[in-house]
Design a protein around this ligand. Structure first.
Ligand SMILES: NC(=O)c1ccc[n+]([C@@H]2O[C@H](COP(=O)([O-])OP(=O)(O)OC[C@H]3O[C@@H](n4cnc5c(N)ncnc54)[C@H](OP(=O)(O)O)[C@@H]3O)[C@@H](O)[C@H]2O)c1
Length: 266
């Protein structure tokens, strides 16, 4: 039985998919929660589904593209709970578009949400964790944080960037009893492909086969909590697609060959 009793956990992207499943899993493990994303009505729906009292859940809308708002949001969390034990950077947006057809503005938007949003929120929360002399940052990356695939150039770049930043942070703050866990999910059954941005900057609006057949978000969330409880620095979660991470590590030429020949741009 996982135990996060009395822990205050702030989850971004808590309005759907993996973030919603993480909210359920942390709530069942005894944590108090801050639920953040843009859609307040979805956050309220998630809040109402949790086995927690109203005082144990704060709905706190956030737009990860607006880092100037973060200090005020952190203040609201401190007013409500007076501490932050775990910060989960889960909010994010994927991509379906070729490099040759995607304007720079698209790369900048995906970096702003997936990378700079997490960096800015970490910088806003870090002074609190340093003062507490404890804390944990959980970063939801992706398999494409380990290698790039067609139609995901900006998304892969944003996830690779997270590894660089949070590996560095981990090495800086371990003496302060602050831990960093990076999670690399494979295919998880969420709306990520529906919400992905196309070359034109609008929604892809299609459920990809890989996500449709992917791991249930509830299972993914359970495995994330286990990794956090076990103090893992990095964990890969998914089905047989996660073998690609080991190919990249031990046979990178073979993975590159397979990606070029068998991974159709889609
Ligand atoms: N599903 C997969 O196969 C898979 C695989 C690898 C990694 N991941 C990662 O898992 C994380 C969660 O994705 P998901 O699969 O659960 O997809 P999802 O259902 O589309 O959830 C994405 C979440 O991010 C939030 N979000 C998007 N843009 C935001 C912004 N500008 N500001 C604040 N929140 C924002 C969304 O909430 P609002 O729209 O309400 O703002 C939503 O809660 C993402 O980081 C994704 O890259 C997913």
């Amino acid at each position: 039985m996982l135990n996060f009793n009395q822990q205050v956990v702030w989850i971004t992207g808590a309005s759907s998919g993996i973030g919603e499943a993480l909210a359920q899993a942390f709530a069942q493990a005894g944590a108090s929660l801050i639920l953040s994303a843009r859609r307040i009505e979805e956050l309220e729906r998630v809040k109402n589904s949790l086995p927690l009292s109203p005082a144990q859940v704060l709905v706190l809308p956030i737009d990860l593209e607006k880092p100037e708002t973060f200090p005020e949001l952190v203040q609201q969390v401190m007013d409500a709970f007076n501490r932050i034990d775990i910060l989960v950077h889960n909010g994010g947006i994927s991509q379906r578009g070729l490099v040759k057809a995607s304007p720079l503005a698209l790369d900048q938007k995906i970096m702003a949400v997936n990378y700079f949003g997490a960096v800015a929120l970490t910088k806003a929360v870090l002074p609190i964790m340093l003062a507490q002399k404890s804390g944990r940052v959980v970063v939801i990356s992706s398999l494409v944080g380990k290698f790039g695939t067609p139609m995901r150039s900006a998304y892969a770049a944003s996830k690779h960037a997270l590894h660089g930043f949070f590996d560095s942070l981990r090495s800086e703050v371990w003496r302060d009893n602050i831990r960093v866990t990076i999670v690399c999910p494979g295919y998880i059954r969420t709306n990520i492909s529906i919400n992905a941005l196309t070359e034109k900057g609008d929604k892809h609006n299609r459920m990809d086969k890989n996500q449709e057949k992917g791991m249930a978000p509830e299972r993914c969330a359970t495995l994330i909590l286990k990794a956090v409880a076990a103090n893992k620095e990095e964990v890969v979660i998914g089905g047989k697609e996660i073998l690609a991470v080991y190919l990249k590590r031990f046979f990178p030429g073979l993975l590159s060959w397979a990606l070029k020949r068998f991974m159709k741009p889609a």
